[in-house]
Design a protein around this ligand. Structure first.
Ligand code: FES
Length: 219
């Protein structure tokens, strides 16, 4: 890793970010020979800091990477996991691609919409849920697949989907973990994943350790 020292302008751009996020940004920049390559992980950090990818966040990431705000926006708008509007504490995604569709994903999505009161593609007024349909998550053998803050549950029925929504709404878990949710709300899995995942997501952002989005035993 190369040593990275932020310029005064770069440091000022992110002085409103938490100290851990500032430190993570420097660590991430140090991993890349060309700092523009850090645009994607830095967008996740800006999303954690601001709740979603804001205009200011894109400007901040642009300053850190040497990209123009328009170039940063072109990345942020291409990938659907970067959210450019406020999202709920629990981002619930239902895969509606072919395998999941054939095994009842539309009914699972309808149950989640009905139980949460939040339509597909929207966020609830109280900030608890955002609901969306997503494309194939590569676990087609475990269809239908549901994701909560990108933690996967396989073999979900409409009834179990309703239980999941109630569990999230009433219990408001700080960490959502795929193993726990699979045990409580899942069914048949694509295959035995082998290694149990001890950590989970603490935010509606993928649980990648370096970004501060991870909770559980390994933190
Ligand atoms: S079609 Fe749903 S995981 Fe592949």
């Amino acid at each position: 890793m190369k040593e990275v020292v932020l310029t005064a302008k770069e440091a000022t751009a992110i002085e409103g970010w938490s100290k851990p996020s500032q430190q993570r940004s420097v660590e991430i920049l140090s991993r890349y020979p060309d700092k523009r390559s850090a645009v994607m992980p830095l967008l996740y950090i800006s999303m954690i800091e601001n709740g979603y990818v804001t205009e200011d966040g894109m400007r901040q990431v642009g300053l850190l990477t040497g990209l123009s705000p328009a170039q940063v926006q072109s990345v942020a708008s291409f990938y659907t996991m970067y959210k450019r509007e406020p999202i709920g504490d629990y981002l619930v995604g239902v895969c509606t691609s072919i395998s999941c569709f054939l095994l009842g994903a539309d009914d699972v999505l309808a149950a989640i919409e009905d139980e949460s009161g939040v339509p597909d593609g929207e966020s609830g007024g109280d900030g608890t849920f955002s609901i969306e349909h997503v494309e194939c998550n590569g676990a087609c053998g475990g269809a239908p697949v549901v994701l909560v803050n990108w933690e996967m549950i396989e073999g979900v029925t409409p009834e179990k989907a309703r239980e999941l929504v109630r569990w999230l709404r009433d219990g408001r878990p700080d960490v959502v973990n795929t193993e726990e949710m699979q045990r409580l709300f899942g069914g048949k899995r694509a295959f035995d994943w082998g290694v149990k995942e001890p950590v989970g997501a603490i935010l509606p952002v993928p649980a990648f350790g370096p970004y501060g989005s991870v909770g559980g035993e390994a933190t």
